[in-house]
Design a protein around this ligand. Structure first.
Ligand code: ZN
Length: 501
């Protein structure tokens, strides 16, 4: 290790320790912390966040980073060290570009915006939320303008926060392909409402039994309980302290068996990514998934491409039937497979099926793009939202609660985040196509052998953490840059068959 890099390590270690503490608090708050804890706990969180910021943003780190980026010094670094410098530099430049008083004011605004949004959603009262949303947008645009390069669309800066290398130009092409190919398909599927029987999934399913089956499923796909644990929360999520401590949550509904089953497979996909990061980089700033989209590709690959396939359930459906004999004894594997893949236009993004999901994202993407180009005011957003739902999904939200108020992202200032969800599905389909070329994928699934699949993903994606970027890994693994055609082909083939189109 070079002397210069060595000088940086105490700062990295400290920031890592502080961020771990913050992660534990956040996990705790979402899972088992008592209701009244938050007010006092937030004081500790506030203090630790300040320390965390100070550990990385200071004159000494700034000086070291400057020196470490000089070509002479930079070339003495290992590949991983260079990646750490790249990631830190990016964070640094973003933070340094924003005047501290504006950053503070923005943080205060965002923490006050959240409860306003929550209330507005509960009361179906967009008007009460519009002024604060307007302010959040103004800040986000201002911040993006600070780091915007000559000729770069402002929205590209927002996208870059979540998905390096993906721009408006790439996303426009991606969504335009989806629109052309899938709008007619969704229409045809919508016309066949009731074609697939799903009512048996909404029977009474004992929650303890659901939990034990979910534990089985996590282990089945490869979640390592010696290096991970389970919790329960309102919305399922995954969090990671390092590759030996990865935690996932689930939520159980008595009458929604498929919710828990597919949530646990989804979160296990995220967890396998984090558990698969190489030991050498796990405790460093590059010791986690490389981007939102790549992360989401891993969860969706397991949840949808594998988890909702007939081959996946072939060896284990009998076990599910044995767990719930009265509910599923009369239901065949084929019926079960069809039910968990049924599709129909719906209003709520988080409840959407695999086919209609990308339209929820496309709508948000198009609106965000207009917001960033300044063509639309906050007061026009609900109407714009509803028009797009009508146009793409053929339905209109009866209330803003079921429309524009449904997601918390904008209240939290997360503009540019949504596209990653759709990119994740598209990347997953590309990876699935590739895997089917290099190994007998279906045979592995039918033979209860997920190990080769897991090992391949670990070898080509997981172990690198952030040392490699999304498009770079796709290119190296599949020999091809990001290509949405596989996603379109996958959805078209799957749903044409399911709906006999
Ligand atoms: Zn996810």
């Amino acid at each position: 290790m070079s002397k210069l890099f060595e000088a940086l390590t105490p700062y990295l270690d400290k920031s890592y320790a502080l961020s771990s503490a913050l992660t534990i608090f956040s996990w705790d708050n979402s899972t088992i912390a008592p209701k009244e804890a938050i007010e006092n706990t937030s004081r500790a969180i506030g203090l630790l966040s300040g320390e965390y910021y100070g550990a990385l943003v200071n004159e000494e780190v700034k000086r070291l980073l400057l020196q470490l980026t000089e070509p002479e010094n930079h070339k003495q670094l290992t590949f991983e060290e260079q990646a750490i410098i790249r990631v830190l530099n990016k964070q640094y430049q973003q933070m340094a570009a924003i005047p501290p008083e504006e950053f503070q004011a923005y943080n205060a605004l965002v923490s006050s915006a959240y409860p306003v949004w929550e209330q507005a959603k509960a009361n179906n009262d967009y008007a009460s939320y519009a002024p604060v949303l307007e302010q959040v947008i103004a800040y986000k645009k201002k911040f993006a303008a600070y780091t915007k390069k000559e000729g770069q669309p402002l929205y590209d800066v927002a996208l870059d926060d979540y998905e390096e290398g993906f721009t408006v130009a790439i996303l426009d092409e991606f969504f335009s392909k989806l629109r052309t190919a899938l709008v007619p398909l969704v229409q045809k599927v919508n016309e066949k409402k009731g074609w697939i029987q799903t009512d048996f999934l909404q029977q009474d399913y004992d929650i303890e039994q659901q939990k034990s089956f979910c534990r089985f499923l996590a282990e089945y796909v490869g979640f390592d309980f010696n290096r991970g644990t389970f919790g329960e929360s309102e919305h399922p999520f995954t969090t990671s302290l390092h590759n030996h401590d990865v935690r996932i949550t689930n939520h159980f509904y008595q009458n929604r068996l498929d919710f828990a089953i597919f949530s646990v497979i989804h979160e296990s996909g995220h967890a396998l990514y984090e558990q698969g990061v190489a030991d050498e980089i796990s405790l460093t700033p590059i010791g986690c998934g490389t981007s939102m989209g790549m992360h989401e590709s891993q969860s969706r690959f397991y949840e949808n491409n594998l988890g909702r396939s007939l081959a996946f359930w072939t060896p284990i459906y009998a076990k599910l039937q044995q767990t719930f004999p009265t509910q599923l004894e009369q239901i065949s594997l084929e019926q079960f497979y069809r039910a968990v893949n049924h599709a129909q236009s719906s209003l709520i993004r988080t409840e959407a099926d695999e086919l209609t999901y990308p339209f929820h994202i496309m709508i948000r993407y198009e609106i965000e793009k207009e917001i960033f180009s300044g063509d639309v005011s906050v007061h026009q957003l609900p109407a714009l939202w509803n028009d797009k739902y009508k146009q793409y999904l053929g339905i209109t939200p009866p209330t803003d609660t079921e429309g524009i108020l449904q997601d918390m992202h904008w209240a939290c200032g997360n503009f540019g985040y949504f596209p990653s969800y759709a990119l994740g599905s598209a990347i997953a389909a590309q990876i699935y196509h590739h895997l089917a070329q290099v190994m007998p994928l279906e045979t592995h699934l039918k033979e209860e052998n997920l190990q080769p699949i897991r090992a391949y993903l670990q070898e080509h994606i997981h172990r690198f953490g952030m040392a490699k970027r999304t498009r770079e890994m796709l290119q190296e693994m599949t020999g091809e840059d990001f290509c949405p055609d596989y996603y379109i082909a996958y959805l078209t083939e799957k749903y044409s068959k399911l709906y006999d189109l």
